[in-house]
Design a protein around this ligand. Structure first.
Ligand code: NDP
Length: 292
C-alpha cells in the first residue's frame, strides 16, 4: 500500500477561501479582523513561524500588529503589552509566540490574555470548555487543524482506535479530547514519555497522531497496514548533503507511507493547517464582537 497524502496545504487553501467571505462580511459591518503577534527574543524558528502568520494575515486581508521585544525584556513588560492589547477594542486576537525566554512564566502570561482574544486557545477558560465537551470556545490551532484535515479527507473517526503520541498542553492533550469528543467518537489512547511499549499501542491503532518532537520515531513496523498517520512533529536534523547542513523531519519515518493509507507530509501537512486555524479563530473573534 502507498499512502495517500494528507495535504495540509491544499486543505488550508480551502479553509482560507471560505474565510474570505466571512472577512468581507466583517468589513461590511465596519470590523476589520485584527491579530496581534507578540514575540520575545531572537529564536530563529519562532521568527519563521511569526512571519508565516503575518503573511497569512496579509493574504486574507486580516490586519496584523507584530510586536517584538528583546530577549532580556522583563516579564512585567510582556504583561503590560498583553494588558494594553486586551484593552484595544479594535483588536480581536492576541498570540504570544512560544517559547518565551526561560526567565518568564509562559502559562501565567497566557492566563492574562482575554479569553475571547485567545486565538491560540491555550487560556484555561478555553481549554476548560474543551474538557467539558463544549466546542464554542477558541480551540487550539494545531489539534483543531488536524481534525479539519481528517474531515476534509473524508476519514472516518467514529469507533476507530486512535493513539495520540504526546500529552502537551498545546497539542497532545487537546488532540486527544477532540478525537474522543461526542460526534467524533474515536476511542483514544494517549502515550507519553513514560508509556510502556508505545510501539504495540501504535500497531493496534487505526489512527496515529504523532506529536512528540523526536525525528522519525514512528517507523513502518509500528504501523498497522492501512492506518491513518498524522505527523505533527517538526524537527531539525543534521544533513550534510544539504547546503544549509540540516533538513526538517517529522516524528514519522517517511517509509511509513508504504504501510499507511494516509500520511501527512512534513512540511506541508499540519503546519499550514495550524496557521489556517489561527486565521479562522481570529475571524471568529472578530465576528463575536459584532454579536456582543
Ligand atoms: P512537547 O515537548 O511540549 O511535548 C512532547 C510530548 O511528547 C510530551 O507529552 C512527552 O511526554 C511526549 N514524549 C516524549 N518522548 C516520548 C516517547 N518516546 N514516546 C511517547 N511520547 C513521548 O512538544 P509539543 O507538543 O509542543 O510539540 C510536539 C511536536 O510537534 C514538536 O516536534 C513540535 O515542533 C511540533 N509542533 C508542530 C506544530 C505544527 O504546526 N505542525 C505546532 C506545535 C508543535 P511527557 O509529557 O512525558 O514529557
Amino acid at each position: 500500500m502507498v499512502a495517500q497524502r494528507l495535504d495540509g496545504k491544499a486543505c488550508a487553501a480551502v479553509v482560507e477561501e471560505e474565510l474570505l467571505d466571512r472577512i468581507k462580511a466583517c468589513k461590511v459591518n465596519g470590523v476589520v479582523p485584527h491579530l496581534a503577534v507578540v514575540i520575545v527574543g531572537d529564536d530563529p524558528a519562532s521568527h519563521v513561524y511569526v512571519n508565516s502568520k503575518v503573511r497569512a494575515c496579509e493574504r486574507l486581508g486580516i490586519l496584523s500588529t507584530h510586536i517584538e521585544l528583546p530577549s532580556d525584556a522583563s516579564e512585567q513588560q510582556v504583561r503590560e503589552t498583553i494588558q494594553s492589547l486586551n484593552a484595544k477594542s479594535d483588536l480581536h486576537g492576541i498570540l504570544v509566540q512560544s517559547p518565551l525566554p526561560k526567565h518568564m512564566d509562559e502559562e501565567a502570561l497566557t492566563d492574562l490574555i482575554e479569553p475571547s482574544k485567545d486565538v491560540d486557545g491555550f487560556h484555561p477558560q478555553n481549554l476548560g470548555r474543551l474538557v467539558q465537551g463544549r466546542m464554542d470556545g477558541m480551540l487550539p490551532c494545531t489539534p483543531s487543524g488536524v481534525m479539519r484535515l481528517l474531515s476534509w479527507a473524508g476519514i472516518e473517526t467514529k469507533g476507530k482506535s486512535a493513539v495520540v503520541l504526546g500529552r502537551s498542553r498545546i497539542v497532545g492533550m487537546p488532540q486527544s479530547l477532540l478525537l474522543g469528543a461526542k460526534g467524533v467518537d474515536a476511542t483514544v489512547t494517549v502515550a507519553h514519555s513514560r508509556t510502556k511499549d508505545t510501539q504495540s499501542l501504535c500497531k493496534d491503532a487505526d489512527i496515529i497522531i504523532a506529536a512528540v518532537g523526536r525525528a522519525e520515531m514512528v517507523r513502518p513496523d509500528w504501523v498497522k497496514e492501512g492506518a491513518v498517520v498524522v505527523d505533527v512533529g517538526i524537527n531539525r536534523v543534521d544533513d550534510e548533503s544539504r547546503e544549509r547542513g540540516w533538513r526538517l523531519a517529522g516524528d514519522v519515518h517517511p517509509d511509513v507511507a508504504q504501510k499507511a493509507s494516509w500520511l501527512s507530509p512534513v512540511p506541508g501537512g499540519v503546519g499550514p493547517m495550524t496557521i489556517a486555524m489561527l486565521m479562522e479563530n481570529t475571524v471568529r473573534a472578530a465576528e463575536q464582537t459584532q454579536r456582543a
